[in-house]
Structures are given as C-alpha cells and as structure tokens.
Design a protein around this ligand. Structure first.
Ligand code: PEP
Ligand code: MG
Length: 949
C-alpha cells in the first residue's frame, strides 16, 4: 500500500526546466534506493507519450511499464518546486509526485490525489512551505459521504432488526464501501430513533469510505417498545465530511419526512427526498476494462479527449458505483478502475452524446491507446456464442446475497417449503363427519402420490412414494386413529397425535429404528393434516424449480430429484455444511445462509441464483435471465473443454505433479469419479454410506459396499475414513444424547473409541474387502495423540486376524491441536489428510453452518495456511504424504497456494476434478511456492484472496 508521508516530501527544489526536474526526481529516488539511475529513461519516455500533468499545479511523473525492471522497491516521493516548472507547454507545476510502482499500486496514489483535486488547491500547493502542509493539502480533504440511489432498498422483507442490519450492510458491501466485517459493528443497542418509525444505526469499523444505506421494510416491525420501518445505516470513519453528514441529518429530522418516507415507494423517490445522488435514466452501454494496468492516466486522457468532442453530458461508473463525468480526467482517475472491472457509460438524452456511446465502447475495447489482452468473458462470448462482434456484455446486477455453496447458475419458479404450523380444534361434535373428513383427506393424498409416481422417472423416488402409499394403507394406523376419534377427538387432532406418537416411538428404537421412516411418517402426516386443516398444499411447480427452505439436511438433498430441482436457496447454512457438500456432489447450484426473508418469496415467483457468488434475484428481468443463460453456456463450455483432458495427469508447466482424488459419500459414485478423472478416492465418507442404509449395516453389508468401491477403482488407491458421526451428521440408528455443542462433543473418533465394537466391525469389513488392493484407512477428528494411538491399537489387533498387505494408516487433520502436534504424529502415521472444513471451523471458532458467520470462516485465512504449512513440513520431514480433502481443495484461488505449500494430493467433489486438473496444468510450481510464501505472511483471508487474484 502506497502512503504519502511527510518524510518523503522534498521541499525547496529548483529546476530550470522539465528535464532538470526529472533528473532531480531521479536523484531522490536513487538516493532512497527505490530505483536505479536508468529509471530516468522510463520517466522521459512516459512524458513523451503524454505529459503527466494532473491539474492544480501537480504532476505525477512515473516510468513506462518497460522501465519497471529498474525499480528496486515500490514507493512514492514528492518534490516541491516553489519557483514552478513548465510541464507541458502551458501548465506550470509546483509539486511533482514521482511514482516507482512495480505493479498497479500507483492507482491508489492517484485516488488519493484526485480526491484532493476535487477542490481548488492550486494556490495552496504553490505557497506551501512545509512537508506537513503538503501532506495536509493532499490528504486532509474530508472523504465525501456516499449517498446514492443504489444504496437505498425499499419493500424489504424483514423479520427482526438483524434483517435490517443485514440488508443495510449488504448494500454497502455490494458497492465496496465497507468490508465484510462491517455488520459486526452494528449493535441493536446503538440504534437511535430519529422519528416514529425512522431509526438510524452507525458503525465505524471495516469502513472503506463513509456512506449511508437506507432500508425500508414492507411493513413496520415492533422494536424497542415502538416500531421501525426505515433504517438509516451510517458507515463512518474519521474522514467523514461532517458538513455533508449534518445536512442529511437536518433533512431526516424534518417533521414531514417521516410521512414522506412512508409514502414514497421507490428508491429513486427516496433518494430525491434525502438529497441522494440518483441514477439518471439515460441510455447506457457497458464494457469490461481490459487494460493491464487499469484506467491510469494515459488511457484516461485518451478517453477524456474522445468524450470532450461531444457536447452532451457523458457519465461513467465502475461496477455499479456512483457516476462521475466521463469528461474529467481527475474524476476518471478517482474511479481507480482496474482490469476486469466494468465501466458503465450513460449519455444525456437528446444530445450528440448518444452517438458517443458506441464510439466510447469501441475505444475502450481497443485499449484506449494501449495494447490489451481481451478479457476471457469477451473471448468466450464472442467466439462461442457469436454475439454480433461486440466484445461488450451487459451487466445485470443480482441484488441479494447469501453464501455460495454449490457452483452454477440456475433459475426457475420458487418452490418454498416453510416449517408447517397447523391450527385445529382438539375436540369435534360429530364422529361421522370427522371420519368422513379423514377418509377424504387420506384419499386425496393417495391420489396425489399416485400422480407423483406416474410422473417420476427416478426409480429411487418412485420407491419413496410407494412406501408412502403403504404407510397410508397401514390398517393399524387407521385403527388407532379411529380409536381416538371415538373419544371425541377431531380428525386433525387424532391424526396428528397418532402420527407424532408413532414417529417418536420409531425414533426411540435405537439402532433398529428405521429413522427415515419416521421422517416419512411425518411427511405424509403433514400432507393429510394440511387437507384436514384447509391449509393449501404448496404445489410442486411443473418445470424445474428453485427449492427454498430453511435448511436442507444431507438426507433431504440426497432424496431430491435432480431433474426437478434446478437450484437450492436456504435461509441458514454455510459453504462447508454437509448439505452444501451433498448439493455439490449432486451438481445442483446452491446458495445458502441467505436469511429467513427468503421464506417469504412468493411460491412460483421466478428466482435466479448464482452458486458461484452467492447472489440471487427474485423476479429477474428478461435481460438478467438471458445473461444467466449465456453465462451458464460459458461455464458449460469451459467444463466441456476441461473434461476432454480429465484423464490426463495434473502436471504444472514446470513438471510438478499433484494427485487429484475424489470425495465420495455414495458407493455408486466411485465409477463416476473414475470416469471424471479421479486418480484415487481421497475421502470415502463412510457415515454417508451408513446413512443410505435404513438400519446399521452389519459387517457383511459393509464389506459388500467397500468391495464395490475397490472394484470400481480398478487398482487406484482408496482412502477411507472411519465413521465420523456427530456434529451436523447424526446417524438415526446411533443416537447420541443431546449435547449443548455437538461440534465440540462426541464426534468422529471420540465416539467410535467409545463404541469399539462398531469401530472394530468397520475395520474388519474394510480389511476383508481389500484383497491387498491399495487401502488407506484414516481416523477423523483426532485431537490428541492418545486417540490416534488407541485407534491404531484397535486396528493392529484386528490386523492380526485379517492381515492386509497394501495398507497405510493415517489421520485427518481437522483439529488445531492435532495440526500443532504433527511433528510427533508424523513419526507414527503413514499420511495426513487435512480436513479444512473442520480445521477452519475449530481454528476460527466459527460454526461451519452458522447462518451469519460461516462466510467469515474462510479456509484461506493465514492461520489455517500456517497450520497446513506446519503439517506438510512435519510430514515431509518424515517422508509421509499430505492430502487436502476439505472443500478448499477445489477452490480455484486456493489450488495454487495449497500446491505451493507442498501438499501432495487434492481430494474434491467429483464435478470439480476436470476443472482443477485443467487449472493445475496452467500453473508454474515455482510461482506457486512464491505465492504460498507470500500468503503465509498475509494478515487476513481477504488479503490472501487478493494475492491469489
Ligand atoms: C473436513 O472437515 O474438511 C472434511 C473433509 O470432513 P467433513 O466435511 O466430512 O467433516
Ligand atoms: Mg471434517
């Protein structure tokens, strides 16, 4: 980060002309060991291309990209010339800000300077006498408060104050005005009532630029003994322009504002009311900037030269931010636009500016005087989809955001499944009527189920429905309910109470329990009850839909019909929760943790979700849908390309190979994994295999399952994890007493060591199935060396009876204590497999499925990388290998870093294998090592992600 410091300001400099001034600047840079003397040629060449005069008596000399080789360290120095120096024939400068930047850091300096230049500082710059004055002129400008129509959201569904906070922060985050932690700064206790139902809240941490967002609910909400309908959320820092802020407050305290705010429905009307900048309804075009070094002074000058030839007003914004004049060099530079960001140009209607739009887009595409490498999106869309030769693509902002859980774009009608609540009277008048009602309800449900069966193509799903029919025909069930009816109970009460009793009884049957039957019983029970209580059944849409639920459990997802469910959107959950993992395995795009408001989306309203970014949109425009279809096509083609070479090894450009393996939870998926290029199974989640059985599989059933996997692998290694039950993976027939903190309780090896018979049985089944094929057994959730030794002890006993030739034994590294003890453990195990999902959860103390926090639990946090680094070092020092089997292994930003840390194997969901292999083939191992080294020194996951960009 480049900063302007007083000790870097050289006052009282003198130069007869520009050449002398440049020499003077070079002397300063050389003396401070920022550049070698040759950098002068770079400065001169740059001035020849076009003078670096910025305005207000300031120039910003810097070298050409070719002269970067003469830069020793990135830095910026300032020289004050009190007598002035003629810079470009007509303009005289008094201050030169000379930049030596190895990459694009100079854009930051430009942003600082252009903020200063938004006021008239020419005289101040000229007459300054101290370094401190110069810095004050350049930096002490208050940061203007961003108050813009795109920071206002109306008609928002909110259930509590947290929903207000979430929406307000999201608006600020989308415009990159605050960083992700901002929401943590908003405390309900600090809300201030401005007027009746108009409240404000402010937060000062994680603020990039002072700004205000406004959220108006669709109805008032009871809050602190009063009501709240509109929240003003202020993101402030010490540079906040207090005058501007006070003006806003003056408006908000006016008595009539409360009523006006209630009346105005659109964000545009509210923006006008509070004096916020509005988005002009002008014709627009947009394009991605492809210039390698962003919109720096030279291309920006070209752009200004072009826009100035038109008399009408032309404005531009970056990535949906505020618009500035496209005719002002300083305004353009203040955007700090970088390669890959999207510029949106708008033109004043009824002027010649309209004609400018096409020319501008053309000029930006051509690089504004620089040679540019077109951006991939354009390449794809142009070459593949044959889009009318235009490199530009429309930008359609998706406005809501949850957590990206399973990659892909999906849209379709919403199918909202809410937790059901039924109201009924316990007692009824007429026995005959109640019996009739019950009969009709059961018959109706049976008819519907018959329809489902005839429509469903999947055998598995048909079977589920056939089982439902059987339950409804169960004479014992009907007899019991009739008995209750004879005691004057209403049909609804008799039915519900009996179903609930039966479901509970089944749950209590411990390991003999058919737990799924309990869930099924409740499922059909609710269907009948809905009819008895006149609750309209939510119809499953005809075409593939977006399933919206509070949460989707692993078994829910496993039962989904992939052909009907286009995507999943949930209120709670995190990217590494098991429901998300199963969604990924099924290849269904998913966004999770989107807040309870999603349950209020109208059923059948069209919803668009982006499982790569976590964004979703309700009732998207036709253009957004069209864009999604194109984007999906791009993704499809990229995948198709990668699949062609899925069976080739993953070798970097400098010949470093890494093993790419698959995570599976279903036996039948092994063959699919091999087809997709898996070189091994890196994680067989046996608890998921257990879940597919209605009761605990015995030794024989297990042996059959494991044999099936090994057969399908045809000699490739199999890494099996012993049962990892507990946490968010309960096993119905292996009940665990309720725990306050299941993730910190009886889980993984802690549980199976307390049920040694179960562990022994699983180990025997594994060893018997192996037939000397490469089998790797690992124990989950090891936190103490004693646990590993105890588990290994049991395995050694079993091995005496069932010897196995080609066996390796290892542990998962998912608990920080184990990671820290790897130097000891590495001497005893054959390998480590790092479960980054849990390792992140336990290191950062964030529940992996936490609705609000899980997005902050990023496996690329340096603390996790340090633990991985330590594990790899310990393993390699003892000639042992290390794999990664958490979700991080397939994260495109993590892949080069994990490789650079020396990890030997990456194991991931099947669908990611071809893409990760393709990515590895473009990487250079030596570069990955450098990158990993830098990542270990970062202070945040955000910094690591920026590094990996
Ligand atoms: C992990 O924790 O990273 C892991 C792979 O195990 P699971 O996700 O099944 O807990
Ligand atoms: Mg785990």
């Amino acid at each position: 980060m480049l900063v302007l410091e007083p000790q870097h300001v050289h006052m009282h400099q003198h130069a007869g002309d520009k050449a002398e001034a440049l020499q003077c600047l070079i002397n300063i840079l050389v003396e401070d060991q920022l550049v070698t003397a040759e950098y002068l040629s770079g400065l001169e060449a740059r001035e020849k291309q076009s003078a670096t005069y910025l305005g207000q008596g300031i120039a910003i000399p810097h070298g050409t990209p070719q002269s970067r080789e003469f830069i020793l360290n990135t830095g910026v120095r300032l020289a004050h010339f009190p007598d002035g120096v003629v810079w470009d024939g007509e303009n005289v400068i008094y201050l030169a800000v000379v930049i030596a930047a190895k990459s694009d850091e100079h854009l930051q300096v430009l942003q600082i300077l252009t903020r200063a230049l938004s006021k008239d500082v020419h005289e101040l710059v000229k007459s300054a006498t101290t370094a401190e004055q110069i810095i004050e002129i350049l930096q002490a400008q208050p940061q203007s408060l961003v108050l813009h129509e795109n920071l206002i959201q109306t008609d928002t569904q909110v259930d509590d104050i947290e929903d207000f906070f979430w929406n307000a922060s999201k608006l600020l985050k989308q415009q990159k005005l605050v960083e992700p932690g901002f929401i943590s700064q908003l405390n309900p206790k600090n809300t201030i009532q401005i007027q009746d139902d108009l409240w404000s809240i402010s937060g000062s941490g994680y603020v990039k630029q002072p700004a205000v967002s406004i959220v108006k609910a669709n109805q008032p909400l009871a809050f602190q003994g009063s009501t709240i309908k509109t929240l003003i959320c202020i993101a402030e820092n010490e540079q906040l322009d207090t005058q501007q802020f006070n003006r806003l407050m003056d408006v908000l305290f006016q008595p009539q504002v409360q009523q006006q705010l209630d009346d105005e429905q659109s964000s545009n009307q509210i923006a006008k009311l509070v004096g916020a900048e509005t988005i002009p309804d002008w014709p627009s075009r947009n394009i991605l900037l492809a210039n390698a070094h962003g919109l720096h002074a030279r291309p920006a000058t070209q752009l200004v030269n072009l826009t100035k030839t038109f008399s009408g007003d032309l404005q531009v914004s970056v990535d949906g931010g505020s618009f500035v004049s496209a005719k002002s060099l300083t305004k353009l530079l203040s955007l700090g636009c970088q390669r890959g960001q999207r510029l949106t140009f708008i033109a004043e209607p009824d002027t010649d500016a309209i004609l400018a739009l096409d020319q501008i887009v053309e000029a930006v595409r051509d690089g504004l005087g620089e040679e540019v490498e077109p951006i991939e999106e354009n390449l794809f869309l142009n070459s593949v989809l044959d889009q009318d030769n235009s490199a530009e693509t429309e930008q359609y902002e998706i406005t809501h955001c949850g957590i990206a859980a399973s990659s892909g774009l999906a849209f379709g009608p919403a199918h909202v499944i809410k937790p059901k609540k039924f109201n009924y009277d316990r007692y009824a008048g007429s026995l005959k009527e109640e019996k009739e009602k019950l009969e009709i309800a059961i018959r109706t449900v049976k008819n519907t189920i018959h329809q489902y069966i005839s429509k469903s193509a999947s055998k598995d799903i048909k079977q589920i429905f056939l089982a439902h029919l059987e339950m409804l025909d169960d004479p014992d069930l009907i007899q019991q309910v009739h008995l209750a009816l004879n005691h004057n109970l209403s049909a609804a009460a008799a039915w519900h109470e009996h179903i609930e009793k039966a479901a509970k009884a089944q749950e209590g049957l411990k390991d003999k329990l058919l737990a799924e039957r309990a869930a099924d019983l409740r499922d059909i029970g609710d269907k009948v009850l809905a009819i008895l209580c006149n609750e309209p059944e939510v119809e499953e849409p005809e075409q593939p839909y977006i399933l919206i639920m509070h949460d989707v459990g692993p078994s829910d997802v496993a039962r989904l019909n992939k052909d009907r469910v286009a995507g999943i959107l949930t209120s709670i959950g995190g990217a590494s929760a098991h429901s998300a993992i199963v969604a990924r395995a099924l290849g269904i795009p998913a966004v999770v943790g989107a807040g309870d408001a999603v349950l209020n989306i109208d059923s059948h309203a069209v919803v668009l979700i982006n499982g790569d970014t976590g964004e979703f949109e309700v009732n998207p425009s036709p253009e957004q849908i069209e864009h999604a279809i194109r984007e999906r096509e791009v993704q499809r083609l990229r995948r198709e390309e990668a699949e062609k070479s899925a069976h080739e090894p993953a070798i970097t450009t400098d010949q470093h190979q890494i093993e790419i393996a698959a995570n599976v939870g279903k036996i039948v998926d092994t063959a699919k994994a091999v087809q997709n290029g898996a070189e091994a199974i890196g994680l067989l989640r046996t608890e998921l295999v257990f879940m597919s059985h209605n009761s605990a599989p015995d030794e024989l059933a297990q042996e059959k399952d494991y044999r099936h996997v090994l057969d399908a692998l045809e000699g490739r290694p199999l890494v099996v994890r012993t049962l990892d039950v507990g946490g968010d993976k309960p096993l119905p027939y292996l009940p665990i007493a309720a725990e306050e903190n299941p993730f910190l309780g009886l889980r993984g090896i802690r549980l199976t060591l307390r049920k040694p018979t179960l562990l022994r049985q699983q180990l025997i089944a594994l060893l018997k199935s192996a037939d000397n094929r490469p089998l790797r057994i690992m124990f989950p959730m090891v936190g103490r060396v004693e646990e590993w030794r105890a588990a290994k002890g049991i395995l050694d006993e079993v091995l005496e009876q069932y010897p196995c030739e080609n066996l390796e034994v290892g542990i998962m590294i998912e608990v920080p204590s184990a990671a820290l003890l790897t130097p000891i453990l590495a001497k005893e195990v054959d390998f480590f497999s790092i479960g980054t999902n849990d390792l992140t959860q336990y290191t950062m103390a964030i529940d992996r499925g936490h609705p609000i926090l899980s997005a902050e639990a990023d496996g690329l946090h340096p603390s996790i990388l340090l633990l991985i680094d330590q594990t790899v070092r310990a393993a390699h020092a003892n000639n042992k290998w290390v794999g990664i089997c958490g979700e991080l292994a397939a994260d495109p930003k993590a892949v080069p870093i994990l490789m650079g840390l020396g990890v030997d194997e990456l194991s991931m969901s099947i669908s990611s294998i071809p893409l990760v292999k393709a990515q590895v083939r473009h990487l250079n191992y030596a570069e990955c090592q450098k990158l990993a080294h830098k990542a270990l020194l970062c202070d945040s996951a955000t910094a690591v992600r920026e590094l990996a960009e």
